[in-house]
Write a protein that binds this ligand. Structure first.
Ligand code: CA
Ligand code: CA
Ligand code: CA
Length: 196
């Protein structure tokens, strides 16, 4: 009778410990990654982290300058996802544009993958935030571009930031396994004893 009572207590204790420790292994952790292109006035571009962009194309004249109506720049952000891209929670694309105030008005438009065309309005010196279609990030590549509708202005920096969560793991932690194992061994011992 005493063995039976101890046996029941051990089972309850094991279950309690398992329930208490398992949720710790499924906490999602937030991360963010980015891909940033800088267009210096001397030409060309730099990328951070290295290898995070590809396929930069432009219309005419300087790469960093939208020279007038119809001139454009477009590029591709390349991203490595670990854990999987399905855990993306949000993303934003920020463009730093500048204007030399050489004419009265400049107007720009932007294009982003999945979102299409977006009129930026009058271009002044500052940050312009563009919507990002999360569904288009899953392949690890995101295309964007800007063009001049009227006047000239500069693209200084384009930065894509992607926020995501770690995959909640269904695998029990070693501590949980140890406690569960100890409980099961204990159950086995008591069963043996009660049979005698
Ligand atoms: Ca140009
Ligand atoms: Ca894509
Ligand atoms: Ca200008």
């Amino acid at each position: 009778m005493q063995n039976k009572f101890q046996f029941t207590c051990l089972i309850i204790f094991s279950i309690f410990l398992s329930i208490f420790f398992i949720p710790n292994s499924s906490v999602a952790v937030s991360y963010s990654i980015y891909s940033e292109i800088t267009f210096p006035s001397e030409g060309g571009f730099t990328m951070a982290p290295a290898g995070s962009i590809d396929n930069v194309h432009h219309g005419w004249g300087s790469l960093n300058k939208l020279e007038g109506t119809g001139d454009y720049i477009y590029w591709e952000h390349l991203l490595n996802y670990n854990p999987p891209a399905s855990l993306i929670t949000s993303a934003d694309l920020t463009l730093n544009l500048s204007d030399d105030n050489d004419c009265f008005w400049e107007f720009g438009f932007a294009w982003t993958e999945g979102q299409g065309w977006d009129f930026l309005g009058e271009i002044d010196t500052g940050s312009y935030a563009l919507n990002v279609d999360l569904g288009e990030l899953y392949d690890g590549s995101y295309y964007a571009g800007i063009g001049s509708a009227w006047g000239d202005f500069y693209l200084d920096v384009a930065k894509l930031t992607v926020n995501y969560e770690s995959s909640p793991s269904a695998v029990p932690e070693p501590t949980t396994l140890f406690l569960l194992g100890t409980g099961l061994v204990g159950i086995g011992v008591f069963r043996k004893k009660s049979k005698k």
